[in-house]
Design a protein around this ligand. Structure first.
Ligand code: GLU
Length: 476
């Protein structure tokens, strides 16, 4: 028998912007499909008209594309299972509701939210887990009609078969066992006629031929309901894998300060998509090697067997590490574009390439590139960091007079300049380079000094060395 093509999906509800958590879900599903040479489907779960917004749909398509998580079926590109927005699939759901109604596996429920809340409260007080008490399960046709005549709009409830174990092997958590009696009858259509999550999500996975579903473990308790539904509808069920949630360093839910940022915010801060991909692909999933990987390599090494059950802890230091790697691996053209207008305005086109090469190892964000652009091509007068000031004082004015003379003779020929200065001063290593760096950049850390010297305008070098040789000019 031919094994079916692997098909995964990302099924966001467009009720907000994508955050690290749901981006990771999208990524894992996309990587799994790519690893298997399958298809990645994007489905918009916009059945909640109150909370779903078209602008969020547009934003999430843009965000996924920015990340390079292109879908092979879904909005805008369509495909054999269109439409890919649940709000456009009402006719499909109607057909499956009808089937369930015809076979008596569902019934209208007229209980009001207040009645249901009270029932849950009573059950909890009695130490029982709350589930639907079955109030409307046995209404006769005339009792139903009487309620309809009173204008009560019913929900539609699934008649959960009693005494049935529901078992499945979770791709992440291994064998799972639930008992249908713990579930109770559940709503599959709201009173306003819109489909409930369990139903639309399960039916669509089946009709779209989804073979694997990776989703947050907050959905784990939904899975037995969905399996019962699919079973009754005689639709195929996907394999499910429930991902451990991302938590903050304290083990609690992610906070705004700690990683609960939208992709838009991260992008605006200058994060590169590959940094997020390298970081997120390792958050709750491990690779044999902890080295930088291109997106295709991330897919190549992805395996559901490498998904962890322990909560995935957000670690900003790791994210910054992958950001630095992403900067290191980006093409010069891309990095230049990423640096943005503050850099573009400051750096002449003749220096573009050298500037990018010079600052690349020392920056993680465009603001840092802008800082170095200003230091190199901005005012010759420097604001010195406290450390630089101390280093310059320590070196003494004579050192800088000698440096000026060496510069006059050798110009930006770094090696000759340094050799000459070494000879004259008898200094070497840190004692030689640090004062030069401090005087030329105002900082004690930064890009390679030889490159800085080559890029700095002559006047700036002269003026900065001169200033350093007259401590009263800047000490006062
Ligand atoms: N729309 C659901 C959500 O965003 C999808 C859950 C699932 O992946 O099955 O949580």
């Amino acid at each position: 028998m031919k094994t079916p093509m692997i098909k995964t999906r990302f099924a966001p509800s467009p009720t907000g912007y994508l955050h690290l958590g749901n981006v990771r879900t999208a990524l894992f599903n996309a990587l799994l499909a790519r690893h298997e040479g399958g298809r990645f489907v994007l489905r918009i779960e916009d059945t909640d008209p109150e909370r779903s917004r078209p602008e969020y749909v547009a934003a999430l398509l843009e965000d996924l594309r920015w990340l390079g998580l292109d879908w092979q079926e879904g909005p805008e590109i369509e495909g054999p299972c269109a439409p890919y927005s649940q709000s456009e699939r009402a006719a499909i759901y109607a057909e499956y509701y009808q089937r369930l109604e015809a076979s008596g596996q569902v019934y209208p429920c007229f209980c009001t939210p207040a009645e249901l809340a009270l029932s849950r409260k009573v059950q909890r007080a009695a130490g029982r887990p709350p589930r639907y008490a079955g109030t409307c399960a046995k209404l006769t046709a005339s009792e139903q009609q009487a309620r309809r005549d009173r204008g009560v709009m019913p929900t539609l409830r699934f008649r959960t078969p009693p005494g049935r174990p529901v078992e499945f092997t979770d791709l992440v958590r291994g064998p799972q066992r639930f008992v249908s009696d713990d579930i109770g009858d559940f709503i599959i259509r709201r009173a306003d006629g819109s489909p409930q999550f369990f139903f639309a999500n399960a039916v669509d996975d089946a009709l779209m031929g989804i073979t694997q579903v990776l989703r947050g473990e907050d959905h784990l308790t939904n899975t037995p309901r969905q399996l019962l539904l699919l079973d009754v509808l005689r639709l195929p069920a996907p394999e499910y894998g429930h991902l451990a949630l991302i938590v903050g360093t304290d083990g609690g839910p992610l906070s705004k300060r700690e990683g609960d940022l939208s992709l838009r915010e991260l992008r605006a801060a200058g994060y590169l998509p590959e940094a997020l991909l390298n970081y997120l692909a390792r958050l709750g999933h491990h690779y044999e090697q902890d080295v930088w990987m291109e997106p295709a390599e991330l897919a190549f090494g992805f395996a559901t067997a490498h998904l962890g059950r322990a909560p995935a802890r957000y670690d900003e230091a790791q994210l910054l590490h992958w950001q630095a790697e992403a900067v290191r691996h980006a093409s010069p053209e891309r990095l230049w574009a990423w640096m943005g207008s503050a850099v573009h305005e400051q750096v002449a086109s003749a220096h573009r390439e050298d500037f990018v090469a010079t600052v690349r190892p020392n920056i993680r964000f465009p603001a840092e590139a802008a800082f170095w652009a200003e230091r190199l091509f901005g005012s010759a007068e420097l604001i010195l960091s406290a450390d630089s000031r101390a280093v310059i004082i320590q070196a003494g004015s004579k050192f800088f007079t000698q440096a000026l003379a060496a510069y006059a003779e050798h110009g930006a020929d770094y090696q000759s300049l340094v050799d000459a200065l070494k000879q004259q001063t008898g200094l070497k290593g840190k004692n030689l380079f640090m004062p030069l760096r401090a005087a030329l950049t105002g900082e004690t850390h930064g890009p390679e000094l030889a490159r800085i010297l080559a890029l700095l305008p002559l006047n700036s070098v002269r003026q900065r060395l001169e200033t350093a040789s007259w401590p009263e000019k800047w000490c006062g």
